[in-house]
Design a protein around this ligand. Structure first.
Ligand code: FES
Ligand code: FES
Length: 199
């Protein structure tokens, strides 16, 4: 029987990218300085550069990047697993490096390039080699951890920490999987490494 719900491809690509733009515009605020400190207790204006698009927002200075992505920009591919920096489900890239979005204040990443799972595929919608490898190696079950696993895996390869299965396991140890898909995840990363341009 054909399963219901989103396709496996949609899970890997991030399911809500299409609605992000409209919601971001709905919350838009005239851009102001990214460096001016807010008055005590006041909201602050920031501009976020997410997946190649600029978003002018007014935020609480205490707001995390994960909450901003999910609640303000409707980019819900980044998951909230623990909200305490312990599971890796919220992993995104900032300045090309993996970052736990639940521990990063939105204000601290204003103006810096941010990539989420929704922005990992190519402009034509072609899946990133890591996304393709996760599908081919059946590297997920429920899929909840998968966006974070993929973003972290891309970082792991780019950092040069995918030299062996043991090294991959070590440098992916911050990404937990309740479904214990670890052997398939490692196999996917080893495969994707050979297809990625990491020069
Ligand atoms: Fe960020 Fe768990 S939600 S590490
Ligand atoms: Fe279910 Fe990882 S696939 S938590």
């Amino acid at each position: 029987m054909k399963p219901s719900g989103p396709s496996r491809r949609a899970v890997l690509a991030g399911a809500s990218g299409a609605s992000a733009a409209s919601l971001a515009l709905a919350g838009a605020h005239p851009a102001t300085s990214q460096t001016a400190p807010p008055a005590p207790g006041a909201d602050m204006a920031v501009t976020l550069e997410v997946n190649g698009r600029s978003h002018a927002l007014t935020i609480d200075p205490r707001q995390t990047l994960l909450d901003t992505l999910r609640e303000e920009l409707a980019l819900t591919g980044s998951k909230k697993g623990c909200d305490h920096g312990q599971c890796g489900a919220c992993t995104v890239h900032v300045d090309g490096r993996r970052v736990l979005a639940c521990l990063a204040l939105t204000a601290s990443v204003a103006g810096r390039p941010i990539t989420t799972i929704e922005g990992l595929a190519g402009p034509g919608g072609d899946l990133h080699p890591m996304q393709t490898a996760f599908i081919e190696h059946d590297a997920f079950q429920c899929g909840y951890c998968t966006p974070g696993q993929i973003m972290s895996a891309v970082g792991c390869v780019k950092e040069g920490h995918a030299g062996s299965a043991a090294e991959i396991a070590e440098y992916m140890s911050g990404n937990l999987c309740r479904c214990a898909a670890y052997p398939n995840i490692v196999a996917a990363i080893e495969d994707a490494k050979s297809r990625m341009d990491v020069a």
